[in-house]
Design a protein around this ligand. Structure first.
Ligand SMILES: Cc1ncc(COP(=O)(O)O)c(C=O)c1O
Length: 366
């Protein structure tokens, strides 16, 4: 009864950790991929106002102009994005799904840096694409050399996710420029997932969309404003591609949620720097707490660390952590390797401290 395309799909490894978490009374939960702050009050009030005033119907497929124009303006002034076509989507997940469906023919090769955000792999497979992983271990840098040595005549798309989930690594500005030159030379489309670009701590951020017009720049409100359940994102790119995506959105998602779009207009006026500053402190707290006992890169963005497991496989380590009430995600959920684990520091300092203590005591056990 179930279609062939579902073969090979497994429930996300993150879900498995969530299921186990249900059984623990007071878990040290460092597995969460969303902010631990709530949506700022002004944004909530705007959402309620929109609903109560009757703004509850379908919007136009590409999104309300008040929002899309503001998102485009922000992308241009803050990040120098050169394309002018934009659409609002049901989260970045919606943007990626539409993009892959519109762009991938069976057999097309898609270059995906490993470690990768878990949906990339499954969505590309769903569309019949062949994934070529770009190994970025041990420093998780997407370098021009690594990209260049992965390209083949079948390569069509290069995915960039900076800052990265799960490593937190931010692509170096000079690398972005050189990678754009390579993409141009080899006629690759870049899909740049920039959902964490507000969470960049001690470096400047460069977007591929500033240097290369054949780029789809995806961004969203889920992480920046903690609106994960509201499903709001955007994609900016070449007109020809955006038009096809709008066409497909009409028959699938129809539009991004109307109240969320209205609230999104408000969100763009809110200064989130206090929240970002707090995450930087948490990054430092966890990094400094673990660096003497774990091999780990100090990430410059997002809210994740991706340390190496001190012994055994990632799954064995994550299972042992659960015995200590600690929830982390095995690295193989995000990678073809099984040597690391993802830890999210989107949690209270108290939880982080408990987590650090457990991890440090686990590192002493071998
Ligand atoms: C790299 C990355 N892209 C996309 C998404 C999905 O975001 P959205 O909620 O906007 O669909 C996530 C969520 O975890 C993510 O980490």
């Amino acid at each position: 009864m179930i279609a062939d395309r579902m073969q090979g799909f497994q429930a996300s490894g993150i879900r498995k950790v969530f299921d186990l978490a249900q059984k623990i009374k007071n878990p040290i939960n460092l597995s969460i991929g969303q902010p631990d702050f709530d949506v700022p009050d002004e944004i909530k009030r705007e959402a309620v106002r929109a609903i109560e005033s009757g703004f509850n119907r379908y919007t136009i497929t590409q999104g309300i102009p008040e929002l899309s124009e503001k998102v485009l303006q922000e992308a241009k002034t803050e990040h120098g994005i050169i394309c002018n076509s934009i659409m609002m989507t049901s989260g970045v997940a919606g943007a990626l799904t539409l993009a892959f469906l519109v762009l991938i023919n069976p057999g097309d090769e898609i270059l995906v840096p490993d470690p990768y955000f878990v949906s990339f792999k499954h969505l590309i497979k769903l569309c019949g694409g062949d994934i070529k992983f770009i190994d970025t271990y041990p420093d998780f840098e997407l370098t021009p050399d690594r990209v260049l040595s992965s390209i083949s005549p079948r390569s069509k798309i290069l995915l960039i996710n900076s800052p990265s989930n799960p490593t937190g690594v931010v692509c170096k500005p000079q690398h972005i420029i050189e990678i754009c030159e390579i993409a141009n030379k080899h006629n690759l489309l870049i899909i740049s997932d920039e959902i964490y670009r507000k969470f960049v701590y001690d470096t400047s951020y460069q977007s591929a969309g500033k240097f290369y017009e054949n780029t789809l720049t995806c961004n969203g409100f889920s992480k920046s404003y903690a609106m994960t359940g509201w499903r709001l994102g955007s994609v900016i790119g070449p007109k020809k591609i955006i038009n096809e995506m709008i066409k497909l959105q009409q028959y699938t998602y129809i539009c991004a949620p109307s109240f969320a779009q209205m609230a999104g207009v408000k969100a763009l006026d809110i200064d989130m720097s206090m929240y970002i500053e707090a995450y930087k402190k948490k990054r430092d707290f966890v990094y400094n707490g673990l660096k003497d006992r774990y091999k780990l890169i100090k990430p410059e963005g997002a809210f994740y660390l991706f340390p190496q497991v001190p012994m055994g496989t990632d799954e064995e380590f994550a299972t042992r952590a659960i015995e200590e009430d600690l929830l982390i995600i095995p690295g193989s959920v995000f990678s073809e390797k099984n040597s690391h684990f993802r830890l999210s520091y989107a949690a209270s300092f108290e939880t982080l401290e408990r987590g650090i203590n457990v991890l440090n005591s686990m590192s002493l056990l071998h």
